[in-house]
Design a protein around this ligand. Structure first.
Ligand code: GN1
Ligand code: MG
Length: 376
């Protein structure tokens, strides 16, 4: 978290005034997380002196070409989840994301530059992890995303639209990388021949899930699509998962994308941008916790989905590696970066993790079968 400049304080104050927040503005704080949107926290004080916090985000329009459609998806999902938590799963005590309305009852407000902003409640007494420290945290995070799948299972898929076309269409991500490789717009290709070769050898894997989905063998569901570990808020005292956040990419997808991104982000003890690749590892104990947590949270998985959980993990890790490499070759236009090779460093951790998953794939699959059998 950082305290923004005077000018940015004014900007946060002005945009937060657009929303139905009670009290007086105290201060704004920048939250430096996520590779896509700009996020701030606004603190307000009521007449009685009680302070409340709110999250303000500007939607990145380079990534989300139709921000209002993103908001319609977020509204559909938050309404459905809030209803279901209250009326069906009456025992769920966690906090949920709520959208604060703006002028005219809209779920968003424009700033002076035409940027689209939304305002959420701040989830109190929680924090997020970039790296899991123990298997309990891994279990909790996976169970939260499994429960998320379970909560939206009966939200009709027509209620959400594809806001980023082909977001997890791995063959298209592969094809785009190969296009960029042949164009080499920034002259960076000579640094990455090993990475390109590694990915080329795995072209078949890229097609695997999309083929099964196109053949109608895997169900299209409403999915989260960005289930990285730090998109679960965990209780600061108990480390219990409280709330799944970052609903921007909620759209039709496969459960295996969601499970897969958990494998990508919660099995390795290394950060996504760790430079020392010897630190990247697929920790079996974390994988086991994730598999148990996701299956415990989500009752609706089909046998074929369960059979493909490990492939989902390998594939999502490869896909994100492909995306980081594509962005590196294109000149870092998509993901926020802090230094020149940042996307390349991120790509390398992903490819290393793919290798680690491949080495332990059999063991991982055996474990999933064991858990699945014990549940049915
Ligand atoms: C982005 O915004 P953030 O950091 O939660 C990206 C994900 C990637 C992830 C890699 C909309 O997520 O797809 O998996 O970075 N989000 C979008 O860390 O592209
Ligand atoms: Mg995100």
């Amino acid at each position: 978290m950082t305290y923004p400049s005077e000018q940015n304080q004014e900007m946060i104050k002005a945009i937060s005034h657009e929303f139905a927040i009670a009290g007086e503005f105290v201060e704004g704080i920048e939250i430096n997380s996520g590779h896509i949107n700009n996020t701030y926290m606004a603190v307000y004080e009521s007449k009685s002196g009680k302070r409340s916090r709110y999250i303000l985000q500007r939607i990145n329009e380079y990534v989300f070409k139709d921000p209002l459609q993103v908001m319609r998806n977020v509204e559909a999902v938050t309404r459905h989840i809030n209803w279901k938590v209250l009326r069906v799963k009456k025992d769920l005590g966690g906090q949920t994301l709520n959208i604060y309305p703006a002028r005219g009852g809209r779920s968003f407000a424009y700033d002076g530059d035409g940027g689209v902003w939304r305002c959420y409640n701040y989830i109190e007494n929680c924090h997020t992890y970039d790296v899991v420290e123990n298997s309990r945290q891994a279990y909790q995070a996976a169970k939260a995303f499994g429960s998320f799948q379970d909560l939206v299972e009966d939200l009709p898929i027509e209620e959400v639209t594809e806001t980023i076309p082909d977001f997890h269409n791995t063959p298209k991500r592969y094809a785009r990388l190969m296009e960029v490789v042949s164009e080499d717009p920034q002259g960076r290709l000579s640094n990455v021949s090993a990475e390109v070769d590694f990915i080329r050898k795995r072209e078949g894997l890229c097609n695997h899930l999309v083929k099964l989905a196109q053949a109608g063998k895997l169900p299209m569901r409403v999915t989260h699509n960005d289930t990285k570990l730090n998109n679960v808020m965990m209780d600061s005292e108990t480390d219990e998962a409280v709330c799944v956040i970052d609903l921007d990419t909620v759209m039709p997808g496969l459960s295996l994308y969601d499970f897969g991104d958990l494998v990508r982000t919660a099995t390795s003890p290394a950060e996504e941008d760790e430079k020392d690749l010897s630190k990247v590892e697929m920790r079996m104990s974390m994988f086991e916790a994730i598999a148990e947590g996701y299956i415990d949270g989500c009752d609706c998985l089909t046998p074929l989905e369960i059979d493909n959980l490990v492939t989902g993990g390998k594939l999502m890790t490869l896909e994100v590696g492909i995306r980081f490499l594509t962005d590196y070759l294109e000149g870092d236009v998509y993901f926020k970066t802090e230094y020149d090779d940042h996307n390349l460093v991120r790509c390398r951790t992903q490819l290393k993790l793919v290798e680690c998953i491949e080495a332990r794939e059999e063991e991982m699959n055996k474990f999933v079968s064991k858990v699945a059998k014990s549940k049915h």
